[in-house]
Design a protein around this ligand. Structure first.
Ligand SMILES: Cc1cc2nc3c(=O)[nH]c(=O)nc-3n(C[C@H](O)[C@H](O)[C@H](O)COP(=O)(O)OP(=O)(O)OC[C@H]3O[C@@H](n4cnc5c(N)ncnc54)[C@H](O)[C@@H]3O)c2cc1C
Ligand SMILES: NC(=O)c1ccc[n+]([C@@H]2O[C@H](COP(=O)([O-])OP(=O)(O)OC[C@H]3O[C@@H](n4cnc5c(N)ncnc54)[C@H](OP(=O)(O)O)[C@@H]3O)[C@@H](O)[C@H]2O)c1
Length: 436
C-alpha cells in the first residue's frame, strides 16, 4: 500500500500512453506513473511480420508532433543506435512495424514512469477525499498493491474480435490474425489454410502465406464479406482528416450525426494499403507462371457465418450475400482477420460507472479535451473507445500525440504545448471558409 498521492495514473502502456509518459517525463508539475500488464512493451506482437510497414510517417512517433526537440524522438532513437545513415539512405517515411516496436521499447526502457508486468484489476473513488484508488496486481507474483491518484488516464487499447460462432474451436486450427506469428509453424505444416476478412491484418497474413507457399505447398484461400479487396484511402488530401482540424470539426456534431458520418468513413481505417495489394497481386502472378493448378482461391461478397471442426478439417459456413447463396468450404487452418474492438475493462464500469455519463448505446460521454464527462471534481482522460465522440482518427498514432498535448495542457492548467487552429490546407467548417 502506497500512501503517496500521484497527479496521474495511467492504465495500459500502448503507444498512446507511452507517448503521454514520454511527454511528461521530466515535467515536475505532474507526478505520474503508468502500469501495463505485459512483461515489457510490445506492440501487436503477433503481427510484427517482416516487411510490414507503419501506416503513418515516422514523424508520428511518440513525441515529434508535440515537440520535435524531445529526446524520445524516432530520430534520436536512430542516433543512439547509430543507425542514422542507413535510415538516411533508405529514403522512406513508412518505417518497418518491427522498427516502430523496437523504438517504443527503447523509449519505455528509458522512462522511469512506466511499470510493466503490472495489471490494473480495480479502480475505486474515495468520495470524501476526492481521489482514485488503483489496485495493481503483479503478473508474476499475483501480489496486489494499491496506489492513489488525483486523476486517471485510460489507454487500454483494443482487443481482437472473434465472432461467437468461431469460438470454442481448437486454437491451433482457428486463430485470430493477432496470433499469426506464434502460429506460423503450424501454418507451414498445414495442407490447407483459409484467411477470413480483407482488412490490413488479413491482407498481411495472406501475403506472408503466399510468400511461404513457394516452400510449403498448402492450399490457400481468402474469403471476405467486403464487396471487394478494397484499397485504403491514402491520398494526401484525404489523410488530412487525421488532423486536429478535422477532430475539432467532427466533435461539434450531435451524437446521431457523428454516427451517421462515421459509417461513411470506413475506407479511412479499414481496407488494405495499396502497396500490400500490389505485393499480393505480384505474388499471385508469380504463382501462376507454370500454368499449373494454383490451388489458390479468393472469394469476395461472402460472410462467414460459422466454423465447425469436423475430424481434421474445419467446415467454414459461408453466405454470398449478393447472390443470397449458402455454401461450405473445408480448410485445416482458419485465420480470422475480423478486426478489433475498443477495450473498456469491466472495472471501469463497475466501480466508477455511476460517476460517468453514458449515451443510449452504452458508450461513455467524452468532453472535447478527452476527459470523461464526470460528476466528480477529478478527471479521467481517455484514449480508448472514443471513435464515437472524436471520430475516425481516434486510433491513429499521429493524432494520439495531439491528444496528449491537449491532455497535458488541461492537466497542468496552462498551454505547455501551443495549439494551432489551422494545421491543414483544406477547410471542413463552412462558417470558417469565408473568413480565409
Ligand atoms: C495490428 C495493428 C496495426 C496497427 N497499425 C497502425 C499503424 O500503422 N498506424 C496507426 O496510426 N494505427 C495503427 N493501428 C491502430 C492502433 O490504434 C494503434 O496501433 C495502437 O496500438 C493504439 O495504441 P493504444 O495505446 O491505444 O493501445 P494498445 O497498443 O492496444 O495498448 C494497450 C495496452 O493496455 C494494456 N492493458 C489493457 N488492460 C490493462 C490492464 N487492466 N492493466 C494494465 N494494462 C492493461 C495492454 O497490455 C496493452 O499493452 C494498428 C492497429 C492494429 C491492431
Ligand atoms: N501495417 C499496419 O500498420 C496494420 C496492420 C494491421 C492492421 N492495421 C490497422 O488495424 C485496424 C484493424 O485492421 P484489421 O484488418 O484487423 O480489421 P478491419 O479493418 O476491421 O477488417 C476486418 C475485415 O473482416 C471482414 N469481416 C468481418 N466479419 C466477417 C465475417 N463474418 N466473414 C467474412 N469477413 C468478415 C470485414 O468485412 P466488412 O468490411 O464487411 O466489415 C473486413 O474486411 C485497421 O485500422 C488497420 O488499418 C494496420
Amino acid at each position: 500500500m502506497s500512501s503517496k498521492m500521484y497527479d496521474l495514473i495511467g492504465v495500459g502502456v500502448g503507444p498512446f500512453n507511452l507517448s503521454l509518459a514520454a511527454l511528461l517525463e521530466g515535467n515536475c508539475e505532474v507526478d505520474a506513473v503508468f502500469f501495463d500488464q505485459k512483461p515489457q512493451f510490445d506492440w501487436h506482437k503477433g503481427m510484427l511480420i517482416v516487411g510490414t510497414r507503419l501506416q503513418v510517417p515516422f514523424m508520428a512517433d511518440l513525441v515529434t508532433l508535440a515537440d520535435p526537440t524531445n529526446q524520445y524522438s524516432f530520430l534520436n532513437y536512430l542516433s543512439q543506435k547509430n543507425r542514422l545513415y542507413p535510415f538516411y539512405f533508405l529514403q522512406r517515411l513508412d518505417i518497418p512495424r518491427r522498427e516502430y516496436n523496437d523504438y517504443c521499447q527503447w523509449v519505455a526502457n528509458e522512462l522511469d514512469n512506466c511499470r510493466f508486468g503490472k495489471k490494473v484489476v480495480e479502480l475505486d473513488y474515495n468520495e470524501s477525499e476526492n481521489y482514485f484508488t488503483v489496485t495493481v496486481e503483479d503478473v508474476h507474483t499475483n501480489e496486489q498493491a494499491t496506489y492513489h491518484s488525483k486523476n486517471l488516464v485510460l489507454g487500454t487499447g483494443s482487443i481482437p474480435v472473434l465472432p461467437k460462432t468461431f469460438q470454442g474451436l481448437p486454437e491451433e486450427n482457428v486463430f485470430h490474425t493477432s496470433k499469426f506469428l506464434e502460429n506460423q509453424d503450424r501454418c507451414r505444416k498445414a495442407k490447407s489454410i483459409t484467411v477470413i476478412g480483407s482488412g490490413q491484418s488479413a491482407a498481411e497474413a495472406f501475403r506472408e502465406l503466399l510468400k511461404e507457399r513457394m516452400e510449403h505447398p498448402y492450399k490457400l484461400t481468402w474469403i471476405t464479406r467486403s464487396k471487394s479487396f478494397l484499397s485504403m484511402e491514402e491520398s494526401k488530401l484525404s489523410v488530412e482528416q487525421f488532423s486536429p482540424d478535422y477532430v475539432n470539426y467532427f466533435y461539434q456534431f450531435p451524437q446521431e450525426k457523428k454516427d451517421e458520418i462515421f459509417k461513411t468513413q470506413d475506407l479511412l481505417y479499414k481496407g488494405i494499403s495499396s502497396h500490400t495489394i500490389t505485393d499480393i497481386y505480384n505474388l499471385l502472378y508469380e504463382h501462376s507462371v507454370s500454368g499449373e493448378d494454383m490451388n489458390l482461391g479468393l472469394q469476395v461478397l461472402t460472410e462467414v457465418k460459422g466454423i465447425e471442426q469436423k475430424g481434421d478439417m474445419c467446415e467454414i459456413q459461408c453466405h454470398q450475400w449478393q447472390q443470397d447463396k449458402d455454401f461450405t468450404h473445408e480448410s485445416e487452418v482458419v485465420i480470422v482477420g475480423t478486426g478489433y474492438r475498443p477495450n473498456v475493462p469491466g472495472f471501469i464500469r463497475e466501480n466508477l460507472g455511476s460517476y460517468m455519463n453514458w449515451d443510449d448505446q452504452g458508450r461513455y460521454e467524452v468532453e472535447a479535451d478527452y476527459r470523461l464527462r464526470l460528476n466528480i471534481p477529478n478527471q479521467i482522460y481517455v484514449h480508448s473507445g472514443i471513435s464515437h465522440s472524436h471520430g475516425v482518427g481516434s486510433t491513429n498514432l499521429g493524432l494520439a500525440v495531439h491528444r496528449n498535448k491537449v491532455i497535458i495542457n488541461h492537466l497542468v492548467g496552462r498551454e505547455v504545448f501551443p495549439m494551432h487552429d489551422k494545421n491543414v490546407f483544406q477547410n471542413f467548417d463552412a462558417d470558417k471558409f469565408n473568413q480565409l
